[in-house]
Design a protein around this ligand. Sequence first.
Ligand SMILES: NC(=O)c1ccc[n+]([C@@H]2O[C@H](COP(=O)([O-])OP(=O)(O)OC[C@H]3O[C@@H](n4cnc5c(N)ncnc54)[C@H](OP(=O)(O)O)[C@@H]3O)[C@@H](O)[C@H]2O)c1
Length: 315
Amino acid sequence: MPALPKVLLVGYIGQVGTEMWQLLTAGGYDFVVIDREECDLTVPGAVRDVIRKVSPKVIVNAAAYTAVDRAETETAIASAINAEAPSEMARAAREVGALFVHYSTDYVFNGEHSVPWVETDTTGPINAYGRTKLDGEKGVLAANAASFIFRTSWVYGAHGANFLLTMLRLGASREELSVVHDQLGAPTWSRSLADVTLHTIRRFTRQDGVIDMDAALAKSGLYHATCGGVTTWFDFASAIFDDARKLGLPMKINEVKPIRGADYPSAAARPTYSVLSNEKLKRELGFSLPDWREALTEVMKQVAAQSTSSEAAKP
Ligand SMILES: NC(=O)c1ccc[n+]([C@@H]2O[C@H](COP(=O)([O-])OP(=O)(O)OC[C@H]3O[C@@H](n4cnc5c(N)ncnc54)[C@H](OP(=O)(O)O)[C@@H]3O)[C@@H](O)[C@H]2O)c1
């Protein structure tokens, strides 16, 4: 078996963190995981101290403050977790000589576009969450570490708090539901984000298990990483219910009504056009995420298998 670098996974309980944890386990990596209980990212210096102690060769930061609406009022906490902590991680990564992987969001853009956003497009977040994530990007880039920031969108999967699991819960208990139809984006499977992360780690790991820092530094920076294609929340919800019915999941829903984002009151504004171009990822790192519809089919199979096994486990 080839030698592998030691990894520190921050935020292992979240959607992407859970998938990453599974991939690192399956890949035979030596890794340390932390989440809020082990290290509170709102405490300045806490994660830097962990990094110095663990001395990893790779740091993956899957932790974030992701409550988009609550970020409007808890902006200082969101900023500590989304901006200050990643900046501190990137500086510590440079200090210990580790490769740093971080995730950001389509919400760094204002949504006023009609073609997929590229990495060099001008940012202009329209909500507090987006502003804190953008500050995080800037802080990470300023550290000049060997770092990869994957901007992604509409993250969901078989685990965690996400749109798909909310739709399934609502679809099982309600006959009718209204879903926003005028925001465009790409739902992205948490597993695909773990896949691109592992691909990146592998790409810069030499045969002897040492990270090729010069090669990593040469490719460092911002990358868009979303599943392929484009859809709306309304069409995403409709596809979820179609698959759920095909898989025999209990569904009460018989009507999904399209509504405008403006008619769905929320504390934070959402961009209307959130599609990101993945061309740079393909060209520079040789990786493509699956089309969102294919990924959804896979996730739904996992969800159905989970629900069958939990049914079987009932006394
Ligand atoms: N979710 C999306 O739709 C979406 C869209 C675009 C980009 N992204 C980005 O993708 C990345 C992964 O997102 P995700 O959806 O996997 O996130 P997630 O499921 O919300 O998980 C975030 C993790 O961070 C932890 N965390 C939060 N506050 C913390 C603190 N003070 N100290 C330590 N840990 C803390 C959470 O722990 P607790 O559960 O205890 O809070 C949780 O385990 C993030 O960078 C996010 O900004 C997500």
